[in-house]
Design a protein around this ligand. Structure first.
Ligand code: NAP
Length: 446
């Protein structure tokens, strides 16, 4: 069973919080500094004065070695534990690390005990330590708890504790489902943040959907992702719909909170989060969308919500393009046209972002763009995105790369929609970039 290790600045409250949490959950608690002093029969201040700081740091590592084999503990680590990679490797073996983030200003204004902390003799020193250690705390922590009051911090810690110590089961449902990448994408995240979580796929036919929803309630399954063909049909079966689900008229994530099933949609936010990785934002942008199906409709709505200046939708059937436009008022200038070579070329001349939302160029289809000359019309700063990720580089993306344009395939959207779903599942904010890298490492091995 995993431990929960609290790290953070001296005076951040990790010992008090750790004790309160352990008491509430009836779990064993250890303060590593207290252990060190007890085992060596001197205070840390005395140890540093008599034997020097490196000696103290070695003793601290000895305690980390002892705690590496602990099971199910709440552990409060010394503020400087992150200074040695070896310490964090030892603790990470069987622990989930939680950063109690209290700023230097907050710690000073809250008063900090310095009698047993030799490095905190003045405020200046505390600011220096904070600057030095903040990146390390962020680097090692799977969770960050940042709250003004101890009571609020404790509430957040209780949520983290639930993620670590309660068994959690998630699924992706749909049909066909066998080739879904969802288990490979969600599992590294759940392994990093939970002590006992599993993510599996479940083939569900349309006529089985209602029974599946009942099964989720009966078995108290924590949540599930929804893919074709259930994204719309599941909506009336849920207890609540988040505004994202209402906005896009579809659900791709369901969270079960105490028997209440709430539907979310993370697809379009996932696309724009992934686009942000290319340093590109929708706000004030001129966007061209090719295609007018389900994905295009969600992306157009999200582009408007994010303040795009102009969105031009090009589809082979202009009536469908019209239907893909949001039916509420928006400041974004919206246009639809028939998807034909000359029109694409003309509108590309002023575009900041071009998004392919058609299956043209997708593995398994025999259709592709007949001409990619429109790529030459795009400005040099334009980003070309393709929702397709198989193949990883469609001919469209190859042409854009050959012109030196920034490009992005659909894998980023797929991963970010999953990361946002996991944030709903676990009720926390993820270090999305780091998790993205972990997931890519798993997918590259497949
Ligand atoms: P959809 O609802 O079926 O819409 C497809 C759109 O493409 C429709 O506008 C369709 O036009 C158009 N289209 C199809 N074949 C075409 C062709 N030969 N020439 C011109 N237009 C054509 O599908 P979707 O769910 O929106 O998905 C669109 C693409 O995005 C797919 O490739 C899908 O795999 C991908 N996708 C990726 C992610 C991700 O996470 N990366 C997520 C969702 C979707 P008609 O309406 O006239 O048929």
């Amino acid at each position: 069973m995993k431990n929960m290790v609290l790290i953070g600045m001296p005076g951040c409250g990790k010992t008090t919080l750790g004790k309160d949490l352990a008491n509430q959950l009836n779990r064993p608690f250890t303060d590593m500094d207290e252990q060190l002093e007890k085992q060596n029969g001197v205070t840390i201040t005395q140890m540093c004065e008599r034997f020097g700081k490196p000696y103290f740091r070695q003793k601290e590592t000895d305690i980390a070695k002892q705690m590496a084999d602990a099971e199910g503990f709440v552990i409060s680590a010394g503020g400087g534990i992150v200074l040695k990679e070896e310490n964090m490797a030892l603790l990470s073996k069987n622990s989930i690390i939680v950063f109690i983030h209290r700023t230097a200003e907050d710690i000073i204004s809250g008063g900090v005990r310095t009698d047993n902390r030799p490095f905190l003799q003045d405020e200046q020193a505390l600011y220096g330590l904070y600057q030095e250690r903040l990146p390390l705390y962020k680097k090692y922590a799977q969770y960050t708890v940042k709250n003004k009051t101890q009571a609020q911090a404790l509430q957040q810690l209780l949520q983290v504790a639930e993620n670590i110590w309660q068994p959690k089961q998630f699924y992706v449902i749909g049909t066909p489902i066998a080739h879904s990448l969802s288990p490979a994408i969600h599992t590294p995240v759940l392994h990093a943040l939970c002590g006992n979580a599993a993510y599996d796929m479940q083939q569900i036919q349309p006529q089985q959907l209602a029974a599946w929803v009942q099964h989720v309630r009966d078995k108290n399954i924590c949540g599930f992702n929804v893919t074709m063909p259930h994204k719309q049909t599941i909506m009336p079966m849920l207890d609540a719909l988040d505004e994202t689900a209402l906005r896009y008229g579809a659900v791709n994530t369901v969270v079960n909170r105490g028997g209440k099933l709430t539907g979310y949609n993370t697809d379009a936010p996932g696309f724009f989060a992934s686009l942000a990785d290319s340093g590109c934002v929708a706000q004030d942008a001129h966007i061209i969308v090719l295609g007018a199906g389900g994905a295009a409709t969600a992306l157009i709505t999200e582009a408007c919500a994010q303040g795009a200046k102009r969105v031009i939708v090009l589809a082979r059937n202009e009536q469908k393009a019209q239907q893909a436009l949001p039916n509420h008022k928006t400041a974004t200038q919206l246009e639809t046209h028939v998807l034909e070579e000359q029109a694409v070329f003309r509108y590309c001349q002023t575009a900041d972002i071009l998004i392919n939302c058609t299956p043209l160029g997708m593995h398994g289809t025999d259709s592709d763009f007949t001409s990619l000359d429109f790529i030459d019309a795009l400005p040099a700063h334009a980003v070309v995105a393709d929702l397709i990720y198989n193949p990883p580089q469609t001919k469209l993306l190859q042409a854009a790369q050959a012109r030196g344009l920034k490009t992005q395939n659909g894998l980023g959207m797929l991963i970010y929609q999953a990361l946002i779903a996991d944030e709903y599942y676990l009720n926390t904010s993820l270090n999305r970039r780091e998790m993205y890298e972990n997931i890519m490492a798993v997918l590259n091995k497949k």
